[in-house]
Design a protein around this ligand. Sequence first.
Ligand SMILES: NC(=O)C1=CN([C@@H]2O[C@H](COP(=O)(O)OP(=O)(O)OC[C@H]3O[C@@H](n4cnc5c(N)ncnc54)[C@H](O)[C@@H]3O)[C@@H](O)[C@H]2O)C=CC1
Ligand SMILES: CC(=O)C(=O)O
Ligand SMILES: [Mg+2]
Length: 371
Amino acid sequence: MLIGVPKEIKNNEFRVGLTPPSVHELVARGHRVIVQTGAGAGIGLTDEQYTAAGATLVPSAQEIFAQADMVVKVKEPQPQECAMLRPGQILYTYLHLAPDPEQTAALVKSGAVCIAYETITGPGGGLPLLAPMSEVAGRMSIQAGASHLEKSKGGAGILLGGVPGVAAGHIVIIGAGVVGTNALQMAVGIGARVTVLDKNVDRLRQLDLVYGNRISTLYSNAHAIEEAVLSADLVIGGVLVPGAAAPKLVTRDMVSKMKKGAVIVDVAIDQGGCFATSHPTTHADPTFVVDGVVHYCVANMPGAVARTSTFALNNATIAHAVALANKGWRQALRDDVHLKNGLNVCEGKVTYAAVAKDLGYDYVPADTLLA
Ligand SMILES: NC(=O)C1=CN([C@@H]2O[C@H](COP(=O)(O)OP(=O)(O)OC[C@H]3O[C@@H](n4cnc5c(N)ncnc54)[C@H](O)[C@@H]3O)[C@@H](O)[C@H]2O)C=CC1
Ligand SMILES: CC(=O)C(=O)O
Ligand SMILES: [Mg+2]
């Protein structure tokens, strides 16, 4: 198979779909890989490293999309990339379709076979191709929050760890999945007071066993969320209903009653966000203020630590990339229910139930397209 890797074009996005070691994995199995010139330059992955791994460099994204049987990316395709996809071509990347009707319509129109990293499941449960980026974003959420609590960034002027004689700041984490537990690890590490909420009591039980009385755990409902966020200096939003638009758990009214200069980091913004007042921002202009509360809503947080993130992502994506290249998409999906769960749009049909429901498409089960 001919596999193509374009340079990412989203704002401040320096990750790349395949590292040179991943290129080597594919080439060693008899596949050809074309990489756009300079695709990894922003994170020190040179064109020479790609050619040494067996890739051929091509100068433009147009040539990558025109030639490749499978395009491997990181972020959802931007409108000009959607326009270059063609029927039957495999697109393997993050998509986050539920909050994005324009992208969904463009992918349906393209006729391409669109496999979303974020809905591929794992034999042990969970979302193993989302997990590494959630680890990164969860850890980053505390440093982003701490930074924006500084006066010069619009925050209240609070040091989360406090100092002897002055109380530590209060961090509230909504959602105790991968983002939430990684945020929690950092929050405890800097000495903040931490409250974590989830609907899954087993998750809270596990965290209680690890952290004991260093944290407070709360069952997530509207009352508990309101009480927690009103006393918070920093709120992290890390909820997920897989594939679906994020539930708006923090209302406009709650935000209006929060402390002035408090900070919200809505990590779930790539699924639409879990604060009623959120909208996506970029690394170039990461925050806005509503009712005196600083909102950080960057939809590609791991792009800021693009080198770490690229290697972590490739560790999780390469095995399925090899399967798709070796077997073709139909057989690879027939052989692996977890990879099949990644199919969101295929040959003009929406094949992921939560996306179809949220955006008003007919849901066509993947199996009907694999016969
Ligand atoms: N902005 C960015 O750059 C990035 C965003 N993300 C996003 O972060 C979000 C979270 O991802 P993960 O932690 O990997 O998901 P996860 O599935 O590991 O955890 C989500 C948690 O939310 C909980 N939850 C669901 N409904 C809830 C409710 N009503 N109240 C409280 N908790 C609730 C679930 O029980 C689960 O524990 C996703 O939308 C993901 O796409 C992930 C990486 C980067
Ligand atoms: C998961 C995601 O949206 C990201 O890594 O950018
Ligand atoms: Mg997006």
